[in-house]
Design a protein around this ligand. Structure first.
Ligand code: 6R9
Length: 660
């Protein structure tokens, strides 16, 4: 459901004065916000000082070698595992629950059969033991890279934290990605070790992950060792002698009180690489540093989530995406929060799994997604009306624009029509939340579906093609000043970093999103302005799907576009030209959809394949995806002067209509 300007209720305001730390008028917020961005170095160094550094920084912000390669808190040393674990273990939080985790399988009454509660001390011990294994048995050291391909079980953050403890750079690959997507990411990161599991539960089925790793490793020569955690205890997991090791075997004999000192790393030491889709080419490895990134997470946990010690905090994302990295692992652990985590799907075994989780653990702060809300709306009110949401005191949404209807529904049912509910805009590249209501700092009136103002210390704007600010109409979203969560670079490809983000509007970061700034200065992000799509909140490049299609023996050319979907926000559909000797058929359509699932992953499967004999192209041979999309959306074509062959449009129209 991509959001259009006409759908936005610009004037509707919902004033909430009950739950915010402080209520602010827009005017007050504006004044305070202006002060925070007038001297970003002073402002952010004040925030960074709230973390525990091993040694202080000498320069708050420098460019190295030149902008846009910014470095925050240069000279400072710290460690992410120390800040998320040791610090709490040395305090009264030692025995506080860090993660409440439940697995998918349920008993006859629908209750989870596995619930694990790990305290900060438990987590600390597991992380130390694993760091011990990494160091002594796997020979990993600061600066090495590993790939983590694991589902939503506590061992996933344990691997991330153990790596961070040693200064080992990790790259998590979403467990829904295919073998070839995994292999590409391993190769780009040159990972020495892969961490995975035998399998996991999803919608009542066992997903056998290790086999996918084996497949990937056929084309990933850098990998020396694979560590396999037994999640399911499958008896027949294939293991390659010398290369593959059971987690439990490696852990054998490691003392329970093993201690590995946290490596004091430079503020600009890479914490992780996370691959994300762009307009062209293979997914790019966004590199986040340690000091700046953690500073932004600390700030946003306080301002956006207003996190307190008695909260039960739940972010529903998968750790395989940035939201999980920042707001299931590093952010909430930094604050010593109690975090809910679960395996499985939102609506399995029943459409109220999530509501049961909220009730069962008394969730107070809830971070959700628009697609899930729209799915639940469809199931009907009876699934929500029978649950108790009285513990919820604050909620936010993320991943895609939230349409006002979905906002109102969730606010009414989950938020009881009274708790602050925002839509936090940010992206893999920004590391942390950038545009959002900040109830922990000062809350301005809410409007259904808006992202609100940029957070303190962040300067964002909406501009036209010339880079001039526009208000009340659509423009491009940009970030005008460096912020602490910004990327260090794109792994192995610094010039691409400059080209993709800093060349369209020199001096500013180009987000790739359309947005509107309204008369109150609220920003409404509408969706992507490039060839990236968000399918159920998952970020994909249409280019990746096209490449997958073209790699099929019967496909000559393909154009993939995202089209609005009532539930998933957007879904990919593909226009395909077949190689000669192949005839369109329903079987082939099925086969191609299955092919994309296999090559990229299930989330990338086109919802439709439309066979055509030619694609709209420019005279120089470039596929005009914009026109393809307009055909599908039944919109006027706009400027089509560069189109080489107009009949291609007529054909696309006809083929699309026939299918509907
Ligand atoms: C965190 C995350 C980034 C893209 C971004 C934008 C969309 C995210 C949004 C939102 C409107 C929100 N997006 N949050 N659009 N309102 N609250 O999702 O990162 O996977 O990198 O995607 O998601 O289009 O450009 P990532």
């Amino acid at each position: 459901m991509s959001i259009e300007e006409k759908d936005l209720p610009f004037d509707e305001k919902i004033i909430i004065n009950k739950w915010a730390n402080k209520n602010l008028s827009v005017e007050d917020y504006k004044k305070l916000h202006e002060r925070t961005i007038s001297n970003i170095e002073e402002f952010w160094s004040g925030v960074a000082k709230e973390l525990d550094w091993f040694s202080p920084w000498s320069k708050t912000l420098t460019a190295d070698p030149q902008p846009p390669f910014y470095r925050w808190f240069v000279g400072g040393k710290l460690n992410a595992s120390y800040l998320t674990l040791d610090r709490h273990v040395a305090s009264w939080r030692k025995n506080k629950v860090a993660y409440i985790w439940e697995g998918e399988p349920v008993d006859g009454k629908g209750n989870p059969v596995e619930v694990r509660r790990l305290t900060y001390y438990d987590l600390y011990r597991e992380v130390n033991k694993l760091a011990y294994v990494m160091k002594t048995k796997l020979g990993l050291k600061k600066g090495d890279t590993i790939t983590i391909y694991m589902p939503m079980i506590p061992e996933l953050p344990i691997v991330m934290l153990a790596a961070a403890r040693l200064g080992v750079i990790f790259s998590v690959v979403f467990s829904g990605f295919s073998a070839s997507a995994l292999s590409d990411r391993i190769n780009d990161a040159k990972a020495r070790v892969v961490f995975t599991v035998d399998g996991f539960w999803r919608r009542g089925k066992q997903v056998r992950l290790k086999e996918i790793v084996d497949d990937a490793l056929k084309t990933s020569p850098s990998v020396e060792k694979v560590v396999v955690y037994k999640r399911l205890g499958l008896g027949d997991t294939p293991m390659t002698a010398g290369r593959d090791h059971w987690w439990s075997d490696l852990m054998e004999g490691i003392p329970v009180n093993a201690y590995i000192p946290p490596e004091p790393v430079e503020s600009e030491h890479p914490l992780y690489i996370l691959y994300t889709s762009g307009t062209t080419g293979k997914p790019k490895g966004i590199v986040h540093d340690t000091g700046g990134y953690l500073t932004e997470l600390h700030a946003t946990m306080k301002w956006v989530f207003d996190i307190k010690d008695d909260d039960v905090y739940w972010c529903v994302a998968d750790i395989g995406w940035v939201t999980g990295h920042s707001y299931i692992v590093f952010g909430p652990l930094l604050e010593g929060a109690t975090i809910v985590m679960y395996e499985g799907a939102p609506d399995y075994p029943a459409p109220d799994r999530w509501w049961q989780i909220i009730e069962r653990y008394g969730v107070t702060v809830y971070y959700t997604t628009p697609t899930a809300i729209r799915t639940f709306m469809r199931y009907g009110d009876e699934w929500v009306s029978k649950h108790d949401f009285s513990t919820i005191r604050l909620m936010h949404s993320v991943g895609e624009p939230i349409n006002p209807e979905a906002w109102r529904w969730a606010w009414k049912w989950i938020g009881r029509g009274e708790v602050p509910f925002g839509s936090t805009w940010w992206m893999t590249e920004t590391g942390g939340i950038m545009i959002s209501h900040v109830p922990g700092w000062g809350l301005i009136p809410l409007k259904p579906g808006t992202n609100g103002w940029p957070i303190p210390g962040v300067e964002a704007d909406v501009v036209d093609d010339e880079g001039k600010p526009v208000q009340g109409r659509r423009g491009y979203l940009i970030i005008k000043k460096p912020w602490p969560g910004m990327p260090l670079t794109i792994w192995g490809d610094p010039s691409r970093y400059v080209n993709v983000y800093f060349s369209k509007f020199p001096g500013a970061f180009y987000a790739g999103d359309w947005a509107i700034k309204d008369g109150d200065g609220y920003i409404w992000v509408l969706g992507r302005a490039d060839e990236v799509i968000k399918v159920a909140g998952h970020r994909l490049g249409t280019y990746e799907i096209e490449s997958a299609l073209i790699s099929h023996k019967s496909v000559a050319e393909a154009a993939v576009v995202g089209v609005p979907d009532q539930v998933k926000g957007e879904v990919p559909i593909a226009f395909v030209v077949l190689r000669s000797g192949n005839a369109p058929s329903d079987e082939l359509r099925k086969e191609l959809r299955a092919w994309v699932r296999q090559v990229v992953g299930p989330i990338a499967e086109p919802s439709n394949i439309i066979f055509v004999t030619k694609l709209p192209k420019t005279r120089s041979g470039k596929i005009m995806r914009r026109l393809v999309k307009q055909v599908v959306m039944n919109q006027p074509l706009g400027d089509a002067t560069t189109l080489e062959d107009e009949t291609s449009i007529d054909e696309a129209k006809r083929a699309y209509e026939e299918l509907r």
